[in-house]
Design a protein around this ligand. Sequence first.
Ligand code: UDP
Length: 356
Amino acid sequence: MRKILHIVGNRPQFIKLAVLYNALARDGSLQQQIIHTGQHFDYQMSDIFFEQLNIPLPTLNLNIQNNSANLFIATAAEGLQNYFSENKKSIVFVYGDTNSTLAAAMAAKRCNLPLVHFEAGVRTAELSMPEEINRVLTDRLSDINYCCTKNNLQTMINEGFGSAISSQVILSGDLMLDAFNKIAGARENVTKHKQYVACTIHRAATLSSKDAITNIINALNKINRIIPVVMPLHPHTKKKIAEYGVKPKFTQLSPLGYPAMKTFLANSTNIITDSGGVSREAYFSKKKSLIIMDKPFWPEIITQQCSLNCSPAEFLITEKFNDLHTLTPNFDTNIFGNGNAALIIQKHLSAYFKNI
Ligand code: UDP
C-alpha cells in the first residue's frame, strides 16, 4: 500500500496536518505516517496541538533542536533521507516554508520519492528571507504544488510551473481556513479585557536585532496606553526580550493552544502580527490587522483593505495602527478558497495514487 509521509516540525504545520490527516484517512487505500523534525518541542508549542486536535502521535521524532538554520536543515535532511530510503513506496508531503520543509524536500528527491508541497507560490521576491529561500526551492523540487490563492497559482504559472517546469499546480485553497471553520474555539477567553489588541510577534527577521525588537516593544507599549495589548509569547520572542533586556508593559501570556487562540482572536478589537498564519486568521475572523512585515506573505489581504503593513519601526507601527480605522475592509472575498482545501487535496491525491 502507498504511504503518505507527512513531515512537520512547527505549530502552523500541526494545525494544517490536523485537517488534512483526517480528510486523507477517509480514503481507505491510503496509509499515513507523521514524522516530526523536533523544531518545536515544548508542550505548549507541540504536544498540545497533537492532543487537542486529535493528531496521531508521530511515527518518528528526529528531535533536532538546533539554532543554526543550515545545521538544522542538514541534520534533518540526513535523518529524513535515512527514513525515506527504507520507505521506498512513499509520497512525501510537506507544508509551508520552514527549514523542516526544505530538509524534507531535499531528502525526498535524493531518494527519488514523489514530493507534494502545500502552500506553494507564495513570493516576496526577497531572497534574503529564510522563508523565501525555503519556499522557492521546495516549490521547484515538488511534483505536486497545492496553492492557497489564485495569486499564488498565477505566480507559479508565470514562473513556468506546469509548462517548462514539470510539476502539477493545483488551486486547493487554504488548509488554515479549513482548520478555522472546523475546529471550535475555546468557550472561555484567556483575557478578561473587553477590548484589546491581540498581538503575536515571532519571526526571526522581525527580531533580528536589539534595535528591531526595542522598536516593536516600545510601539506596543505606546499602543497599550490607549487599548490593552495582549501577547501570547512565542519562546523565541521570550528569549530575545530577555536577551536584549527590553521591558514590555503590556500583558504577556504563555503560547496558546489552537482553540484558545481562535477565541482570543475572535474577541479582539484589532490584531497586530508578523505571522503568516495569524494574518490570515485575522482576515478569517474579520478583524482589521497590522502586519509587521515589509513584504507580507499574503498581499491579497491588504488589497482588500483588511490590513495595513509596515516594517518594524516604532513610529510606523503606532502610525499605521492608528490608520486602521480608515480602512473599509472587504472580508467577504474568497481569497483563501471555500474551506474545503483538505477535500480537494484528498480527491486529487487519491487520483494521483491510482496513476502511479
Ligand atoms: N497560534 C496558536 N497559539 C499561539 C499563537 C499562534 O495556536 O499562541 C496559531 C495561530 O492561530 C496560527 C498558527 O499558530 O494558526 C500560526 O503560527 P505561527 O505564528 O507560529 O507561525 P507562522 O504562521 O508565522 O508560520
